[in-house]
Design a protein around this ligand. Sequence first.
Ligand code: GRF
Length: 207
Amino acid sequence: MLRVVVCVSGGGTNLGAILEALKDNRIQNTQIVGVFCNNPNAYGLIRAQEAGIPTCCLSPKTFESRDLFHDAFCEAINQWKPDLIVLAGFLVTIPAKLIEQYPNRIMNIHPSLIPSFCGVGFYGLKVHEGVLRRGVKITGATVHFVDTGCDTGPIILQKAVEVLETDTAETLQRRVMEQAEWIILPEAIGLYAKGRIQIQESKVLID
Ligand code: GRF
């Protein structure tokens, strides 16, 4: 049984998509053993609690230093003994020591087609504002492994979404979630659980 910890910061719709995929068996042989959140007001916490999943909520603001928060964050994650950590709309930078402890075992969903509109400053609505400002016709979402860079780890899955002339950042964000994020994140976890994801020279191969 693959032990998965999911990290959320907001609405938790990606967590919801993972729960749906578990329910209808699109993800097999997997258990979400814990949900970590950095925001006590996040609806993602409620989703986890309603699903009976153990939660831990620690806000960086309540720690005297970022290092102390990182220590508490790593301890909280490790106590669940995960095989895989999934960042599902998680807006906290992952400490390098956790990335080194879980090489190619931390997955992130990013709401653009990496390497476009990613990196420092590109998160949440800002991604879609950048897409509209540049006038690209196609955007989408990317699931990738987390490395010590920002959105630079090996790409696992991507899915394209058309940009409409009538789009606002909000309508585009919603469509990218519905048509891409909520599909490829559960798919990537399902593939990982089946052992179908290999890494060769920092490229992901799916067999
Ligand atoms: C999503 O667009 C996600 O990609 C981004 O934050 C938005 C909300 O995610 N990081 P969720 O509803 O909290 O899963």
